[in-house]
Design a protein around this ligand. Structure first.
Ligand code: THU
Length: 137
């Protein structure tokens, strides 16, 4: 799947967003080294602080299916009419959640942050000096 297709998958996932409180639909799509793709979307809660981000949901879906590495790219898409077209970047918690899966497989995935343009950054640039599973060895 190309990067454009991965972004399209993230956008399709955002269509399933449950975000009645923020009205901010997010979609995420993870691409793995074997070509497989897992998507997620944000899921909010009447207890606002319990919202689950799209990236975290996608990682949880993949890991619940037994995936433990091979993460090579992540596309993240937010609403096109908010943020003045600035590319959305994963929140701090999602960076840490993505890092766990990445470090398990020894990869440093590209994060495709979608706005009016697509900003491509490595996870290691978004989360330098990360704390990960290796620290506990
Ligand atoms: N959100 C995500 O899904 N991913 C991010 O990286 C940033 C924020 C969600 C959480 C909440 O449902 C909504 O966007 C507004 O913060």
């Amino acid at each position: 799947m190309s990067n454009d297709e991965l972004i399209a998958a993230a956008r399709a996932a955002a269509a399933q967003s449950y975000s009645p409180y923020s009205d901010y639909a997010v979609g995420a799509a993870l691409r793995f080294a074997d070509g497989s793709v897992v998507t997620g979307t944000n899921i909010e809660n009447a207890s606002y602080g319990l919202a689950l981000c799209a990236e975290t949901v996608a990682v949880a879906k993949a890991m619940a299916d037994g995936v433990r590495g091979g993460l090579v790219a992540v596309a993240v898409v937010g609403p096109q009419d908010k943020g003045n077209g600035a590319p959305i970047t994963p929140c701090g918690r999602c960076r840490q959640v993505l890092n766990e899966l990445a470090q398990l497989g020894g990869t440093d995935p590209e994060i495709l942050c979608v706005g009016s343009e697509v900003r491509v950054v490595q996870l290691s640039a978004l989360l330098p000096h990360a704390f990960g599973p290796e620290a506990l060895d």
